[in-house]
Design a binder for this molecule. Structure first.
Ligand code: TMP
Length: 225
């Protein structure tokens, strides 16, 4: 049976991961590879509906908002659907799957940001995702300040242009994002074989320089035909 290759992109809002995913997808496709790109949450009809509930800053309740546990459960409902509908069939067909965020986001945002703890997230991952792990995770971890400024600017523009509201997470405090940043560092140190940090405090963090680093990394890892 053909066997695909599963790559996830991770990082804080505004880290530049989505731009890099698109560039890698175009480059791999130009070299003749079959590429399937998706994002969590989203990319299935159910996932798109879950995404708008999760990210809309008007998602309110009598408790003031979506509770942390409900938020975690919705993230995993979206993920279960995307695995069944997109990721597993694409891998079985031999494609390279590029996913913008996966369970590391839940561990960083819900586990650390919302302080639900890693164990609960990893248990959900086992129960709901059958412990499906990426072959490679590309983590963009530029300095926290730069990501925050970029994310907040981008979301204002998005709201003005598209009329959609995806601001719920961007309204969180700097402490929330500091915990997430720390969690990503922790996860990367725990799983160095799977996770590669391609942008950090040192070196050239221009879009082009990161793109070249990602290409070199992926070329070295992809199974040859
Ligand atoms: P995106 O804008 O990178 O697509 O991410 C959407 C937001 O959802 C982002 O603020 C991170 C958040 N998120 C979580 O909190 N937990 C998760 O498991 C995922 C996939 C995203």
């Amino acid at each position: 049976m053909p066997n695909g290759y599963f790559i996830t992109f991770e990082g804080l809002d505004g880290s530049g991961k989505t731009t890099q995913l698109r560039r890698l997808a175009a480059w791999l496709a130009a070299s003749g590879r079959t590429v399937v790109s998706l994002r969590n949450p989203g990319s299935t009809p159910l996932g798109d509906r879950i995404r708008s509930i999760l990210l809309d800053s008007r998602s309110e309740s009598a408790l003031g908002g979506i509770t942390s546990l409900a938020e975690m459960a919705l993230m995993f409902a979206d993920r279960a659907q995307s695995i069944a509908e997109v990721i597993s069939p694409a891998l079985a067909a031999g494609s390279i799957v590029l996913c913008d965020r996966f369970t590391d986001s839940s561990e960083a945002y819900q586990g650390a940001g919302r302080q639900l703890g890693s164990q609960r997230i990893l248990a959900m991952h086992a129960a709901v995702c059958n412990n499906l792990l990426p072959d490679l995770t590309i983590l963009l971890l530029p300095p926290l300040e730069a990501s925050l400024v970029r994310a907040r600017r981008r979301n204002h523009r998005h709201a003005e242009k598209e009329g959609t509201d995806e601001n719920r997470f961007e309204r969180e405090s700097d402490d929330f994002y500091t915990r997430i940043h720390g969690a990503y560092e922790h996860i990367a140190a725990r799983e160095p074989h799977r996770i590669a940090i391609v942008a950090n405090d040192d070196g050239d963090n221009s879009i082009d320089a990161i793109e070249l680093r990602i290409r070199a990394l992926v070329t070295g890892r992809l199974p040859h035909d």
